[in-house]
Every structure is written in structure tokens, then in C-alpha cells.
Design a protein around this ligand. Sequence first.
Ligand SMILES: Cc1cc2nc3c(=O)[nH]c(=O)nc-3n(C[C@H](O)[C@H](O)[C@H](O)COP(=O)(O)O)c2cc1C
Length: 285
Amino acid sequence: MQSLILDTPTVTSLVRAATAAPSLHNAQPWRFRFLTDSVTFQVRASLDRALPREDPHGRALHMGCAAALLNLRVAAAHAGWLPLTALLPDPYDPRLLATVRLERPLGGLHPEAVPDTEPGPEDLAALAALHPAIRRRHTCRQPFREEPVPVELRAALCQAAGREGARLRFPEPDEAWRLLETSRDAEGRDLAPFTTATTGAPSPNLAVIGTTEDRSVDWLRTGQAMERALLLAAGHGLTAVLTCHTPGWHEPHAPDHPQAMIRFGYAPASPATPRRPTSLVLDIV
Ligand SMILES: Cc1cc2nc3c(=O)[nH]c(=O)nc-3n(C[C@H](O)[C@H](O)[C@H](O)COP(=O)(O)O)c2cc1C
């Protein structure tokens, strides 16, 4: 059986994987603390990296930090650990967005010994399998080819998001139009990446992530669901562009609160964007 001690290079490499996550304007609004004694990572909001004008309620900040949290869980599972995650574990410390305690390494564990609240062996394998996509995923900055995403892959993307407690769906054209036009009118967002180049209509590969409620924990679920779907997509040769909630997006008859939009598709590779060095975002105590 492996040791329960995590050495500094391993801790650093897990955090490096976390920081490859997307964030609004690449703000990277996260900090990580590793508590050696309890083998636990804290994922914390870095308020000096917040964007109060573009993101006054911190919705995108939560989503970016949650995307980093998902990467951290993927990297830990890939390294053979069981990542036990708690969202917003301390009501008196709102900057502490999540903890990830690493438990006994896989292999020495009988599947029936895993309590229900922990990720089962199947989900751990699914998480670990996303690891190569962490480096492959980049926000698409190239024109998309007009090519549909296969139905089975669309279903898998919906399932991946669902595992993180949010709902990913491909809206009907009427709803897609309303969401896009609201974004353009409220915030002047460029719709081109979300539309079909030949007709200007919403892309049939446009997905919405929604949650039943609209609290900070739902923003964290959205960020994890978004990154899980983006990694799965990247692993299947898809790329994507995304945008998050705009005021006025809520549809009276919609089944959920729309939190983010993702346009999936096929396009030439986009370059990686820079990240701050791990030494600036990680404390080991
Ligand atoms: C919550 C959130 C909102 C985002 N909104 C937009 C957006 O409106 N338009 C856009 O082009 N990219 C958006 N992005 C993508 C970021 O610009 C991108 O993640 C960042 O520049 C880092 O690049 P990378 O994703 O290629 O690593 C968003 C990302 C997140 C997490």
C-alpha cells in the first residue's frame, strides 16, 4: 500500500493541474492551501483577483474556482487518491470555497468498503480518465467548422455535467435566441462564436448549464459541471467557447436558472494562455 504522505512535488503538480482551469478574463481568482497533517487541500477565493465591475456578485469567480477544483479532483484521482470534497464547508469563512481531503490510495480498498457519500470506484475511474484533457483544453479562439456534435457525445456531456449537480441541455432555437440576445443587449457580448457563420442563427451545438437554485453553492456546482463537460469534450477532439450568466437570463417557464452557455464544436487548436506560477497561489502548512 502507498504512503498517506504527499510530498511537495506531488502537491505542486496537483495544484498546477488545478490552475489550468478556465476563468473569466483569465483572472485566476484562486488560492490553494495544503494542510499536511490532514492531507487536505483548501480551495480559496482570491479576492484581490476578483473583477467587481464585470462580476459584481462573484458568480464567475465561484465558477472559475470550481473549475480549478474539478481539475484538482481529476489530478488526484489520476494519481491514485480518493478525493473527498466538501463545498462551502465553513459558513464563517466564505472565502473557503471547498476542501478536498485525500484518502487511502486506490488498490488497497475493497469496493464495498467505500461509503455512499464517497465517489465510487466507477466515478473515480471516470474522473481519472479526464486527466490528459486538462492540458488539451483551451477556450476556442478560432472559427468553428459547421459540424454537428454526435448525439451520443451530446448525451455523454449532459451526463458528465449531471454528475456534478448541474443540468446541461441543448436548448431549442427560440430559447437560444433569447439567451444570446439578452447577453448582447445587457453586456454587449459578441455573439459570433455562439452562432452558425452561414446563417447567424444560434449554433445547434450551443448548450446551457442550469441549476435548480441560484446560490453560491449552485455557482460552484456549475463551475465543476462546466469543466467536467469541457474536459470530456476535449478528450473527444471537441473545443468550446463559453460565457456565464447575464442579468435577465432567467426564463419564466425554464426548468432551471441558466448559469452558463457553452458552444461546443470542431475548430483548429487554440494556443494555451499563461498561468501564474504555482508558488504564488499555493501555501503548504
Ligand atoms: C465563468 C467564466 C466565464 C467566461 N466568459 C467568457 C466570455 O464571456 N467570453 C469568452 O470569450 N471567454 C470567456 N471565458 C473563457 C476565459 O476567457 C478563458 O478561460 C481564459 O481566457 C483562459 O483561457 P483558456 O480557457 O484557454 O485556458 C469564461 C470563463 C469562465 C470560467
